[in-house]
Design a protein around this ligand. Structure first.
Ligand code: CTP
Length: 408
């Protein structure tokens, strides 16, 4: 259990703070909500008190004997401000202490995460961008806002990331520290494949696999939080798109191959987290296969699909890092790691993220554990954790290997 301060400033998205609060308390954290007075125009203090089980005050004149404006910040393991309005970011950057939330920000020595939400013009304004840069320079994590529907008919960057995304990233910071979301992929282009391909047998049937896409999603989400421009080539995944990420939906291995080769041409990092079918039916029937019909097949001949990862390696741009995934089981020929080392060498990628799937233990599960092998011989164990925590561990291995001269 951690002590989380949830700061809420005065924007329409304040109602989503209630969902974020629920996510934190459901995970067992002790949450103290500190709204600005403006936030209470959108959501009442009673809602935050009932959901957190803790008192809610906005000013520094309540409970003065407990010195709340100092104690709340000092006692926190993490401060998350969601939504962070343009005004809140400005006051935080200026070091003001004109309400309980800004006073708390000045006394907190723990990691601080801001999740901005405002109209696009306000987000893009040089004043806001300068304030964000100042806060980041001081070590705060400022998540990029999502792109999408804003209040009223407007749409663009400025939407609050989904509460589940914020909770997932806050949990990464709690587990791995603020460096896990350092803003060091700014200006970098990252392409991630996720999900599992489906190879059609006829218009209604396909050969597929059990990949949920969650690990690739987390890899994309963490990269976006670190400032990268992220493209997610998504094979049959129906999950909410992480903020800051553009998706390219694909179905078959061949469609995935075409999309990956196109997107990878200008990428700094390519991550092949998708489960690509190695084989596909030789031909897909144009109409549904029916039992008893003359067209009823005795068997389904399969042909090999292209190896997308191997092709990406041969076509990789100078300085580009290519990361493969391997789901392995040990057998009489060797253990998981020896199979993985052989695969890293065979595929020629720079890093290989290895999942031990003996007994089908990873698919669809929230928790994961991996080992990252690198072509330079290093072996990094990423401890058991959420798929976001694992994604953070994977990026911690990738980032130091990025070449400064590979920016394109
Ligand atoms: N992969 C790919 N194209 C394929 C098969 C796999 O790009 N046709 C990629 C996966 O996205 C993953 C990596 O290759 O990043 C390893 O996938 P895996 O299925 O474990 O490897 P295989 O080449 O199928 O090796 P093996 O059959 O020996 O297990």
């Amino acid at each position: 259990m951690s002590r989380i301060v949830l700061g809420v400033s005065g924007g329409v998205a304040a109602y989503k703070a209630a969902l974020l609060l629920r996510a934190f308390t459901a995970a067992g954290h002790d949450v103290r909500v500190v709204p600005t007075p403006g936030a209470l125009n959108f959501v009442g203090a009673a809602t935050f008190e009932a959901l957190s089980g803790n008192p809610v005050t906005t000013d520094v004149w309540s409970d003065v004997h407990q010195v709340a404006h100092v104690r709340i910040g000092q006692g926190a393991d993490l401060v998350v401000v969601a939504p962070a309005t343009a005004d809140l970011l400005a006051r935080a950057a200026a070091g003001r202490a004109d309400d309980l939330l800004t006073a708390t920000l000045l006394t907190a020595s723990c990691p601080v995460v801001f999740a901005p939400a405002m109209h696009t013009e306000m987000w893009l304004h040089a004043a806001t961008q300068d304030n964000v840069a100042t806060l980041r320079r001081r070590g705060a994590i400022v998540l990029p806002p999502a792109v999408g529907r804003l209040t009223g008919p407007d749409s663009g960057p400025g939407r609050l990331p989904e509460p589940e995304d914020i909770a997932a990233l806050a949990t990464v910071v709690l587990g791995s520290g603020p460096d896990a979301l350092a803003h060091d992929l700014s200006g970098r282009r990252v392409v991630v494949s996720a999900g599992g391909t489906r190879e059609p047998l006829d218009p209604v049937r396909y050969l597929g696999n059990r990949s949920s896409g969650k690990q690739g999603w987390a890899v994309a989400r963490v990269a976006a939080a670190r400032g990268a421009e992220v493209v997610l080539v998504a094979a049959n995944v129906d999950l909410p798109v992480p903020f800051g990420v553009r998706t390219v939906p694909v179905g078959t291995a061949e469609e995935l191959r075409v999309a990956m080769l196109a997107e990878a041409a200008t990428a700094d990092v390519v991550v092949m987290a998708a489960a690509v079918a190695d084989f596909r039916p030789e031909s897909a029937a144009a109409t549904k296969l029916k039992k008893g019909a003359a067209s009823e097949p005795d068997s389904v001949p399969l042909v090999r699909n292209p190896d997308v990862l191997a092709e990406l390696v041969t076509k990789r741009a100078p300085g580009q890092l290519v990361v493969g995934f391997a789901a392995e089981t040990g057998d009489e020929d060797g253990d998981v790691l020896s199979h993985a080392r052989a695969k890293l060498a065979r595929k020629g990628c720079d890093l290989l993220v290895v999942n031990d799937v003996s007994g089908g233990q990873v698919f669809g599960r929230a928790e994961n554990t991996v080992v990252v092998l690198t072509a330079d011989g290093a072996v990094t164990e990423v401890p058991q954790g959420s798929k976001d925590a694992v994604a953070a561990g994977i990026w911690a291995t990738i980032v130091p290997r990025l070449h400064d001269d590979s920016r394109r």
